[in-house]
Design a protein around this ligand. Structure first.
Ligand code: GLA
Ligand code: ZN
Length: 668
């Protein structure tokens, strides 16, 4: 496979939206900013295929020639993220039908029906045509299929495809009826054609939920698979003409709609778009990076970020001086081998004209943002021989599972506040604060690589999951389980015989009931140490079955019942946290866990700083970043080290202000 030259630095570039005089100016300014790559053709379907029977690559040829002559690495998109108007007019089936049953008209983007035979035919043909034409160009270093796959369609083509998908999965209608528990309300299906997609006109309750979570979860799986088929069709069409160039599509972090672990298996490289808001915790951004790296357990591409501000959030604050740089290094620290922007020149019209870009509306390089981009570009150029291919390593694995994401959020009760990502993040945050490296892993990962597995809200325990976790703990691993775990199987039917179902033996507890607390309600947990922590959301009413109690509820009729437990199992141990603890309380429990599992911070000291390590061939790279408001000093282990970015030798007097970054290369 082709490789990038150093760290790819550039981003979405839409010269087709500008007169030609501007192109030369772009080339001049990109060089000044140390930009070495451009992503083109993302939304150009209407331009390169102006009619059903005609391609017109003349302008794209010119763009690619220009970039090739200037020696840019090109990320070439297949342009299928937005439909051309002629296609929607002639074939209304390419447009999606929404949850309310309305067939959409031409407009918007990321909205082709994944099961439209017309869309399938033309998108695949276009991808093949592009590969035939440009696949041999050595400057084309990466294929970017479509753009940000996502959304849902509830049209008749999708309904038919859903029935076929179900036939493949379940073989018999009896099995479908059983999986969805259709006997409830007498919704028994006697013919495959009676199956209706979960939508507002069918089983829908409010937005997105249905009366039959099993149906909704299967629809999610089906829809994720269907879009993945779209991706694969374009990928395979490209591969017919181009065997050498890696193929990706830009993902969206913890986006709910697609099972990215499944997707990543079909992608050569993972790439993603990082758009935190002004109030997104940095720990959450870090978690998304770790998840994107975890998809293939490999370095990834940052396909998009804004150099300054967004346009589509509620409050599109500017990135403060130094923030974009620090955010970029955080990205690299967590495993990115590219830094790319949306976009290189700011749009003159339509809904993204307020979206930041490398070149602002003023059109000159005399802007704060341009200067910051250029500074980062120069720095990344020097890191180009050091960083790419270096790897992140971790002793801690946190399980992230899209089936669980869907199931937890589709289930009705016990609390609407049981959202998936938030609870995963609460556990992740502890390790982030301590600078303990984490891999975000799928449930079927090789657990043997880890000393600690954390599986927050593992509500759905699918076949094989409990056994894999048991084997891990038996062999000496430490496992953390929480409330809302082990309750249902793959179709949202309860594992009968007491919560947490298949995890009961492992946890050594039985949760007889689950109380739900409203936001204004709380209980407290008194730990054996005497410390008392506030708790809420849900409270498992537990009985010990071999585990020891580490802390008990202080109030209500279940006062004195265990809230946090620890069970020895084989050579390892299982912690079960039966309620949502306040941050400090959870941290004190996880302190015990980390000590038991012998997992350590990347370096000692460094409180308030984010410190991440990537192992390169020539030693470890330590990225030290300050995202806090307080000024901080470096941990002792770095004294007298040389910062790779400035060449400066640091000492006990070195102070990191907000957004300051240091990188050290050490053989430690
Ligand atoms: C997404 C898209 C881009 C652009 C940006 C704006 O990531 O992929 O085309 O719309 O958002 O933030
Ligand atoms: Zn459809």
């Amino acid at each position: 496979m082709k490789a990038f030259n150093g760290i790819l630095y550039g981003g979405d570039y839409n010269p087709n939206q500008w007169p030609r005089e501007i192109w030369a100016e772009d080339m001049r300014m990109f060089k000044k900013a140390h930009i070495n790559s451009a992503t083109v053709n993302v939304f150009s379907w209407a331009k390169i295929q102006p009619a059903e029977d005609r391609y017109d690559f003349s302008e794209l040829d010119d763009i690619i020639d220009m970039l090739s002559k200037e020696n840019y690495d090109i990320v070439l998109a297949t342009a299928t993220g937005a439909l051309p108007a002629w296609m929607a007019a002639k074939y209304p089936e390419v447009e999606r039908t929404d949850y309310e049953g309305r067939r959409h008209k031409f407009g918007q983007r990321h909205n082709a029906c994944p099961n439209s035979p017309v869309f399938q035919k033309y998108s695949k043909a276009l991808a093949g045509e592009l590969a035939k034409r440009y696949g041999g160009n050595p400057h084309v270093k990466c294929w970017h299929v479509s753009n940000e796959y996502g959304g849902e369609c509830y049209c008749e083509n999708c309904e038919k495809a859903f029935r076929e998908w179900l036939k493949k999965k379940y073989k018999t209608l009896d099995a479908v009826n059983q999986a969805w528990n259709t006997e409830f309300w007498g919704h028994t299906l006697y013919d495959w054609d009676e199956i209706v997609l979960p939508n507002a006109l069918g089983e829908g309750i409010g937005y997105d939920k249905t009366a039959f979570a099993g149906l909704s979860i299967d629809y999610r799986r089906f829809n994720s698979d269907g879009m993945l088929e779209n991706f694969k069709a374009e990928r395979d069409a490209i591969r017919e003409y181009d065997k050498e160039t890696p193929i990706t599509t830009n993902l969206m972090g913890t986006y709910k709609g697609l099972d990215y672990f499944k997707w990543a298996k079909e992608m050569d490289l993972v790439s993603w778009d990082n758009y935190p808001s002004y109030n997104t915790p940095w720990s959450q951004v870090a978690m998304c990076h770790d998840l994107m790296r975890g998809l293939k357990d490999a370095p990834f591409m940052l396909m998009e970020q804004t150099p300054s501000q967004q346009n589509w959030q509620a409050y599109n604050s500017l990135k403060r001086p130094g923030q974009m740089r620090a955010q970029s290094y955080q990205t690299v620290a967590h495993g990115a081998d590219t830094i790319q922007f949306f976009q290189l020149r700011r749009s003159a019209g339509a809904c993204e004209k307020f979206h930041g870009a490398v070149i602002a509306h003023v059109g000159t390089e005399n802007t704060r943002v341009f200067r910051e981009v250029a500074q980062l570009g120069a720095e990344l150029e020097t890191l180009g021989n050091v960083v790419p291919g270096s790897v992140n390593e971790a002793q801690v694995g946190i399980i992230f599972d899209w089936d669980n994401y869907w199931a937890l959020e589709y289930t009705s009760g016990p609390s609407i506040d049981l959202t998936y990502v938030k609870h995963i993040h609460e556990y992740y945050r502890y390790f982030y604060d301590k600078n303990i490296a984490v891999n975000m892993i799928p449930w079927d990962a090789d657990f043997g690589k880890y000393s600690l597995i954390v599986a927050p809200v593992l509500y759905m325990v699918k076949e094989g999951m409990a056994q894999a976790l048991e084997a891990f703990v038996e062999n000496g691993g430490t496992l953390v389980l929480t409330y809302m775990s082990g309750i249902v199987g793959q179709s949202d039917n309860v594992h009968l015989g007491g919560y947490p179902g298949p995890l009961r033996k492992l946890a050594g507890i039985w949760a007889e009931e689950i109380d739900a607390l409203a936001p204004e309600q709380f209980n407290e947990v008194e730990m054996a140490s005497g410390e008392t922590w506030c708790c809420g959301l849900v409270c498992d009413l537990m009985h010990l079955e071999g585990a020891e109690s580490l802390g008990a509820y202080k109030a209500d009729f279940y006062r004195g019942m265990p809230a946090v437990t620890k069970n020895r199992f084989g050579k390892g141990q299982v912690y079960y946290v039966g309620t949502r603890l306040e941050e400090q309380g959870l941290a004190s429990v996880l302190d015990m866990v980390a000590a038991d599992a012998k997992v350590e911070s990347v370096v000692s000291g460094g409180e308030g700083l984010e410190i991440v390590c990537r192992r390169a061939k020539e030693g470890k790279l330590f990225f030290v970043m300050n995202f806090g408001d307080k000024e901080r000093k470096l941990p002792e282990c770095f004294y007298q080290q040389k910062d790779l970015l400035t060449g400066e030798t640091v000492s006990e007097d070195t102070v990191l202000k907000k957004y300051d970054v240091y990188i050290f290369q050490m053989n430690a």
